[in-house]
Design a protein around this ligand. Structure first.
Ligand SMILES: [Zn+2]
Ligand SMILES: [Zn+2]
Length: 138
């Protein structure tokens, strides 16, 4: 049983969702704000932040449980795994089949009703792995 509050998709939220759907970079609230501001110049960071939290609570978007100091958001709400670069902090989707059995195993061990799991891989991305290439780009 999941308690997902129903929220109205206001114009602001619709635009936030549209902008979030355009990218696969799992942006922070600040980055979403920068994108949304181009279409809604008068919107405030606090409003964007509050809407992101509300939309995540309602299951419309995903709030990522990944390392790093800032929360990140994802328009893809179907279960999938993430990989984070420990050098530049970027977060990518990783195309790995979702392991369903792990929930059953965890339930058996913990006696919890297991609803889901999160796996975050960490590593060094290809651009951080090639410093020579970086100096060329910069
Ligand atoms: Zn990197
Ligand atoms: Zn993702």
């Amino acid at each position: 049983m999941q308690l997902t509050p129903q929220i109205r998709l206001t114009t602001q939220r619709q635009i936030i969702l549209e902008e979030l759907e355009k990218v696969t970079s799992h942006p922070t609230a600040n980055e979403v704000y920068d994108m949304v501001r181009k279409r809604l110049p008068r919107i405030g960071l606090g409003t964007v932040y509050r809407n992101l939290e509300l939309m995540a609570d309602a299951g419309i978007i995903l709030k990522l449980e990944v390392g790093g100091t800032q929360k990140r958001f994802d328009a893809v709400t179907t279960p999938h795994y993430h990989i984070r670069c420990i050098s530049c902090g970027k977060v990518d989707d990783i195309e790995l089949p979702v392991i369903e059995d792990i929930n059953k195993t965890a339930a058996a061990i913990s006696h919890y009703q297991v609803l889901g799991h999160h796996i975050e891989f960490s590593g060094v991305c290809s651009s951080c792995n090639c410093p020579e290439q970086n100096t060329l780009v910069n």
